[in-house]
Design a protein around this ligand. Structure first.
Ligand SMILES: [Zn+2]
Length: 254
């Protein structure tokens, strides 16, 4: 009897130790993940120079994005031999790329998978951009541009274009405009429709954002400044993520 009891106790003790080891392992694993998440957060906040309040807003979006799989094609307009608008001192293609580069880390932080139509100063035809979108499994296509008004230098403000018959496109454009208006720093002209190639030929919901007018002295200078590009990037990301979350949210009540 004694021998059996001793064996039983030994087995019990061993099981206990094993359970503790497993639980301890899980605990340590969780701590490592938490530490990694904290480090990622700190890196994003520092490198992208985001103030605490804005970082808090990104955290909220990240939390809401959990469990969703949002793939976004981000299209920096023009590039390479196609310089876009602007004069000899600057090109639209470069401003577009700068804004996109500011947006990517913020989107990824929120849990969005981002695909780019160009990563540097490359020439990419419009057909390649829409073709890439149509071959991909992406959910949304967002094209970033700057505008130019030759006749009237006083014209300024952000515009968001959607394909006329697309209801989802329209509400998506509205969410971008709403986020930009909330900023209090971005002048907004509103949503519009136009026969742009990327809106017409892209099968997934597509919008084109004219972030502002280079032809307007004040807005042109802002568009070329690092600070304003960051402001634009932050609020565009907010609108892009919030608009997506709204569109996948289940309808409430009847
Ligand atoms: Zn353009």
């Amino acid at each position: 009897m004694r021998v059996y009891r001793a064996r039983f106790l030994a087995a019990l003790a061993l099981t206990g130790i094993l359970v503790l080891m497993v639980l301890g392992g899980v605990g340590i694993f969780r701590l490592i993940i938490k530490r990694d998440e904290r480090e990622v957060r700190e890196t994003v906040q520092e490198t992208m120079e985001i103030v605490d309040e804005d970082m808090g807003q990104l955290d909220e979006l990240k939390e809401k994005m959990k469990g969703t799989e949002f793939v976004l094609i981000l299209d920096a307009g023009h590039g390479g031999s196609d310089v876009g608008t602007g004069d000899a001192s600057y090109y639209e293609k470069d401003i577009n790329m700068d804004i996109v580069n500011e947006m990517v880390p913020l989107l990824e932080y929120c849990g969005v998978k981002v695909l780019l139509t160009r990563e540097g100063d490359e020439t990419v035809a419009l057909e390649e951009r829409s073709g890439y979108a149509n071959e991909s499994e992406a959910d949304r296509f967002v094209s970033i541009h700057c505008n130019y008004c030759e006749d009237d230098a006083s014209v300024a403000g952000l515009e968001c274009y959607y394909w006329e018959s697309s209801g989802v496109g329209r509400s998506y454009a509205e969410s971008i405009v709403r986020a930009a208006e909330e900023s209090g720093e971005i002048k907004v002209r509103g949503t519009r429709t136009q026969d742009f190639h990327v809106l017409r030929e892209t099968q997934i919901t597509a919008i084109l954002i004219e972030t502002g007018y280079i032809s307007n002295g004040e807005e042109g200078r802002k568009l070329m400044s690092f600070d304003y590009q960051k402001t634009l990037a932050f609020y565009l990301v907010k609108g892009i993520v919030e608009g997506y979350l709204d569109s996948v949210a289940e309808p409430v009540g009847m």
